[in-house]
Design a protein around this ligand. Sequence first.
Ligand code: SAM
Length: 241
Amino acid sequence: MRFDVLTLFPEMFPGYLGQSLLKLAIQRGIVETGLHNIRDWSRDKHHAVDDRPFGGGPGMLLKPEPVVECVEEVRSRCSPAGRLILLTPQGRRFDQRLAEEFALSQRLMLLCGRYEGFDQRVMDLLAPEEVSVGDYVLNGGEVAAMVIIDAVVRLIPGVLGDEQSSVEDSFSRGNRMLEHAQYTRPREYRGRSVPEVLLSGDHEQIARWREASRTERTESRRSDLLSAGQADSKTQAEPKT
Ligand code: SAM
């Protein structure tokens, strides 16, 4: 899978891409990345990419020409063109389902904004998928792009040592709930012991304990997930008219 990031700050990425699972995925050729500096498409002699908003107001906006031309050129360089995702707090909220959908693509282009965001003609002309990583405002789209890459990469077959771990993760396909409680060594720490059942070697009992732990956690912390799951299964069960 290939990720192309279009940004004014490409230097934010190599440190992140060079660590841990992502580093390995890139070394193994499972993941490819391209970093593109939008400023390289500026036609301005000072390489300006932003300007004041018409009608007044605070801050600066990203001009349409360098952004649109950068996207068009990067898009034309690789086949397939892939999905164009524009990071904005005004977009569709990113979640595990969307990560699963993105993981089926061969290519994602992630367009990062800065300042007060993009001139409206960027959205009008490129018709990107507008995606938000949450209801808060970041200084730029780079951290949001990293969030998306991070969530998607772990769903690509071959990236995790054990494929089962992404299936058992909170919010995942196999389990639209929170993950169960987990313990490792030591068996006792500051008077708190690992539940006996996890040491029993009885796989059926362990599975039952984990199911109960998932349900208890989800009910107490995120009961909205349970009602969403019920709504989903109802929709699936009802024949389409
Ligand atoms: N003025 C814009 C608004 O209110 O919608 C916010 C601009 S923000 C300071 C600058 C850039 O950060 C945005 O263009 C976007 O790319 C990115 N950004 C900020 N918050 C984001 C979020 N929650 N999800 C995705 N991208 C975000």
